[in-house]
Design a protein around this ligand. Structure first.
Ligand code: SF4
Length: 373
């Protein structure tokens, strides 16, 4: 397949999650909704079911307002709205990690409002020492038991080990893609980069890995281009809608790296290799995760972004601040100060999922692009 054919398949998946869900259901597969960000998808895959990302949608929530305060973040408002309005019907279950206060509310809202789709909660410990990781292993054992009820058969250690291999291969190819994409910023513009990364949530991982391998091979076989515009990093939970990213292209700005929870952040820490207890290995990934949702006194995320800015020769960084997301708000001042110290300016943009005009964002992005030179 040529590059454009692969990209159009990935774009289709990113833009049509419901159709992707229906495709899996038509093949007789069971599909399990995985709320962001660190749901143990590997257990769903090990059960022979298909993990399916639930990242909300661009919509005005109405039904969810009965359950959530207006200051709940748009991702969870629209995700709950999708559940309440039947847009997620067909899912055999959803797994919700209680990573922040809004997540904690939504588990109960889901039980009350969407009783026809079973909900499996999973608590992540903020203590990430050995004791915390053992606790998380016990949580995963409960999730595994509940998934066994959904799929109707036991999930063996061998099944989990196989899925860990699939996910580690996927992580490796996604990291390879983000590196090679920077040699082809004419083909992989900000919208296309986002589609490639987002598509991973709506396809079985082995299938996505195969397509990504083809894409990476095809890009490597193509003559690199020298991009003459400005290069930025993106950080935050998600950089959406596409119209926001299109403004970057309109202003000759490329994305050369990201730390978005929806995109690269999930690929920063591979699942520890080894032959030991697979549930403990799976839990071990949480130990090294750099994220606003994981307690980290050293704030390794800040250093990671400084390194990323140096490695990618970024001219600036855009922080996509999801509206009402407290955990991310706490990290921005630290990130902004550290990047400023190495001469990388930052812009904090509020990101919403409710449809509205992007003209104010356009003006801010145009000004930022001009400031970068
Ligand atoms: S981390 Fe932020 S965006 Fe994610 S659910 Fe919590 S408040 Fe919403």
């Amino acid at each position: 397949m040529d590059i454009q054919a692969i990209l159009s398949q990935l774009s289709f998946a990113a833009e049509n999650p419901r159709k992707m869900l229906e495709e899996q259901l038509a093949q007789g597969k069971k599909v399990v909704g995985c709320f962001p960000s660190y749901t143990p998808e590997e257990l769903v895959d090990a059960a022979g079911m298909v993990p399916f990302g639930v990242w909300g949608a661009q919509m005005e929530p109405y039904l969810a307002k009965k359950y959530l305060p207006v200051f709940a973040c748009p991702i969870l408002q629209s995700s709950l709205e999708m559940g309440l309005s039947g847009k997620l019907d067909g899912l055999s279950a959803v797994v919700i990690p209680t990573l922040c206060d809004t997540f904690r509310c939504i588990t109960q809202d889901w039980l009350a409002g969407v009783p026809h789709i079973p909900m499996i909660p999973v608590s992540y410990p903020q203590n990430r020492t050995d004791a915390g990781i053992r606790f998380l292993r016990s949580e995963f054992a409960v999730v595994k038991g509940k998934l066994e009820e959904v799929c109707g058969h036991p999930i063996t250690d061998e099944d989990i080990k196989k899925s860990i291999r699939v996910y580690n291969e996927h992580t490796a190819v996604m990291r390879e893609f983000t590196a090679v994409a920077n040699e082809h910023l004419d083909i992989i513009d900000p919208v296309m980069r986002h589609h490639v990364m987002k598509s991973a949530w709506f396809m079985p991982k082995a299938e996505h890995t195969r397509l990504m391998r083809e894409l990476v091979t095809a890009l490597k076989a193509t003559q690199p281009t020298c991009f003459k515009g400005r290069r930025v990093l993106l950080s935050g939970i998600a950089a959406e809608p596409d119209s926001l990213l299109q403004i970057l292209t309109d202003n000759n700005v490329a994305v050369v790296g990201d730390d978005l929870a929806q995109e690269s952040r999930q690929y920063t820490a591979p699942i520890p290799e080894g032959q030991g207890d697979p549930l403990l290995r799976l839990a071990g990934k949480w130990r090294g995760q750099l994220c606003s949702l994981a307690h980290d006194e050293g704030k390794g995320r800040v250093d990671m972004l400084v390194d990323m800015a140096n490695v990618t020769s970024a001219d600036g960084m855009i922080f996509c601040q999801m509206k009402f997301c407290d955990p991310e708000e706490y990290d921005y001042p630290l990130i902004s100060r550290a990047l400023k110290e190495i001469g990388v300016p930052t812009l904090c943009l509020e990101v919403d999922q409710q449809p509205g005009s992007t003209e104010q964002i356009r003006t801010r992005l145009q000004t930022f692009a001009e400031m970068l030179g």
